[in-house]
Design a binder for this molecule. Sequence first.
Ligand code: PLP
Length: 541
Amino acid sequence: MAVSPIWPKATDIDENGAIVFHGRTAESLLEEFGSPLYLIDTDEVNDRAHHFVRAAAEAFSNATTHVSFAGKAFLSKRVVREVIDAGMLIDTCTMGEMRIALAAGAPGRRLVLHGNNKSDEEIALAIEQGFAKIVVDEPGEPERIARIARRLGKRARVMLRVTSGIHAGGHEYISTAHEDQKFGVPLLPADADASVLDVLDRLGELGGPGDSCDSGADHAVDPVAIDPVAVDPVDGNRSEAGAQSATPVVGENSPYALHDDASSADKALIPALNAVADGPAIAVLKDILSRSAELELVGVHSHIGSNIHDANAFIQAAKRMMLLRRTFYATDAYTLPEVDLGGGYSVAYTDGEDSMDIDVELRRLADAVTAINRALGMPTPAISFEPGRYIVAPAGVTLYRVGTIKPVHLNDAKDSAGNPIHERVYVSVDGGMSDNIRPALYGADYTARLANRRGSDETMLARVVGMHCESGDIVVHEVRLPKDLRRGDVLAVPVTGAYGRTMASNYNQALIPAVVALSESGASVMLRRQTIDDLLDLDQD
Ligand SMILES: *Cc1c(COP(=O)(O)O)cnc(C)c1O
């Protein structure tokens, strides 16, 4: 039985009140593998990976689903094998991530390359290895990828990352789909009025072509009432040819024209279609399509942020991607086969915090995707997801050894609940921002627990801090710990499996801790601890 829902399922408390992971006490793990120590419960990773893949497949029972593990959350060869075994693909975005995934035996067709500044070498390796997707992030990239593909005599499968304008995520730095950031190509022109997209929330009421369909989902809908406008395949410019046979209803300048029997939904869509058709994303899709000798256009991609609790943001972004797909069908008669909705599914870091219930939320998302495609008269595309944190964060626990304990007297201070406090006890541990930068980077909250014994019932208000030369070097902002806590005790911090080890640094020449894999079959080193020799080896003087 887990200690609480935020701990790995196989966590237990023994008769001395010590925390036990798969039968191993925290103390025995530190004695064998050293301190501080990252633990990753690989059974938990495997369960969570299988769960996500199954939840996606069940929710979208009318569509193909792909789930990619975002390797930046945590990457080692063993974890690559766990998630590949669960049927996932793996997202990479650097040569290092690509090479680790390949070294673990992941086939190229199960890998994805992301990045806002890919090198030619990274692009070439992805093409050589036949990656499932290379995600284009800027307008100049299709030309670069095509050039490299031509040189290699291969065709590259590409997607376009689109910024939908939907804001989401726990922190500005992990919110990635608004305009003022570095990722992706905007859906709408810079001067567009985004309120034209509000029609997406009203389509169901307007009665679209899908209303008469028994199953709008997986049949290819007949040519809808909007004519695809003829496209010059070389320069991608619209010509007027496709519009000539129809009755214009939306003014002289519109590239679209409707059949006489256009539904009210189609008419209502025209301003949104026009705005999207003039946007940067469509221009890049056209460019990709015009390079079809070297590039296979797989679809569009949206990643709206990280640690998102509310599935409504995914639904809004998904609707916009479906509108983009509908517009591209109208302009270029091309049906994008896949829409990738990215990652960002939240987990609880502290007791009482919510994590996303993916069984419920993916079903809600699936219903919305089915409904919007029905209203747009489009077949449902393959849908893909890219969870990182959701798969690994709750599988990880960090163990630290307690050092200096220093009470600090405060005047006029309050705890996080707003209660006045007169003392805060600073508990220093033998790691900190070098093994978990998230509290310093995003103000992320964690909790901690005395792990080697029961401890007194009486507690104190503590702040767990690291051993680095920064006052922002905080591990846990606020936690109640036993009053009799002492030097040499072991503290366990749960939910550290994502963005801990992968963001670790050698600040203060701290040695990056080992990662121990724990499972029913025992404990073993997954990534070894750095040594002083590793540091000295780098120093070539
Ligand atoms: C970071 C990232 C993810 C994973 O985010 P999580 O919050 O770990 O789920 C998925 N896709 C892309 C493109 C990312 O950058």
